[in-house]
Ligand binder design. Sequence first.
Ligand SMILES: Cc1cc2nc3c(=O)[nH]c(=O)nc-3n(C[C@H](O)[C@H](O)[C@H](O)COP(=O)(O)OP(=O)(O)OC[C@H]3O[C@@H](n4cnc5c(N)ncnc54)[C@H](O)[C@@H]3O)c2cc1C
Length: 378
Amino acid sequence: MTDGKLAVIGLGSIGSMALWQASRITDAVVGFEAATPAHGRSAVGGDTRLFRMIYRGNPDYYPILQRSQTLWAELEAETGQNILTRCGGLSIGTADGPYIRSILETTRLTGAEHQILSHEELAARYPQHNLRPDDIAIYDPNAGALRTDRAVTAAIAAAGANGATVRRNTRVDSVRETNDGVIVTSGDKSWTFDNAIIASGGWSNRLMPDYLKAATETKRIFLTWFVAKDASEFTPEKFPIFIRIYEDRSMYGAPAVDGVTVKATLDGRGGPTPNPDAVPRELTQAEIQETTETVTEFFPDLYSNIVRSDAFPDLYTKDGNPLLGRLKDASRIYCATGFSGAGFKNATGFGHIAAQEALGKQTFEGLDFVRPERFKTS
Ligand SMILES: Cc1cc2nc3c(=O)[nH]c(=O)nc-3n(C[C@H](O)[C@H](O)[C@H](O)COP(=O)(O)OP(=O)(O)OC[C@H]3O[C@@H](n4cnc5c(N)ncnc54)[C@H](O)[C@@H]3O)c2cc1C
């Protein structure tokens, strides 16, 4: 007899969704969380994450995004929470530049719904953006802002309603596989499960085998917020999520979901951080200067001083794709981590894949690009 069919270790962005999804299959599932689910020092911190169906890169993410979109709506319906603010999204860049070209190429392959906005259309519809002369945008009608702490709290509540057990303030020290199951220990306590999912985000490499420690690194990502001169111009109804990428500057952000502050943050600035429990929250002078310069250029209708900033950990892999799969063939330990600064939009989809596969069920075809074994050297 074991203590359950499945243990989920880490109840942050993806672990909470995996617990919820597993609880639809069995109530013999137990989640372990070192602190409390949705705590503000994890990758859940910072209020919102961008959700979008238009992106550049591997089209194989698209079916996962579609599943995620469906599951976000199911989580909202199941819990009565408004999790995804469906405000649309803009990808802004130079008309014939590499950013817009690569977005259009991926969109052609995925068939994602979109609209190309000319410079004039963009300027007329979204005057909040101070455009460069050759700017155009790709509009994503299905994009929006995910409310992170609400999402994780809702998933934990839905899992609990289905009979899942949640062990808060229980930091797992080790996960060990034997012939009888997976032994999970925390302090002087231990439990045995048929299978376990490691979903411990920036902390995961403490529990992972050496070949995955070598392929991953915890990074710090910071966020910044600004006050609008006229808050009514930056509401979700008028101001979609956005990403602007040029060779010299890049920024992404979200509307004022709290009615006051607009998130506008430099893109792609993740830097290594040795200890996920002590991520430096203060911005450096260089980060402040570049952020202020960029917001001054892009948004003349925002006061350019940073009114709020913070920083959080996420686990990055060497190729930027997640680790989703068993540690090796027939292993009882499954990894769902390494989301490399891009995991939240797909948290429901990734949680679904992890829960299904860890419980021995099929999901998507074509997931080789996320399998942990790709990093095995021998
Ligand atoms: C600032 C920032 C902005 C981002 N913007 C976007 C965006 O706009 N769109 C997007 O899609 N993605 C975005 N991302 C990426 C996305 O948020 C992350 O990829 C995702 O949240 C990672 O989820 P996770 O479950 O792996 O980690 P986390 O959410 O950090 O969860 C890990 C959990 O495991 C717990 N834990 C750790 N060790 C143990 C242990 N030993 N025992 C028990 N529990 C443990 C932790 O306490 C934590 O609760 C952003 C990330 C950051 C940091």
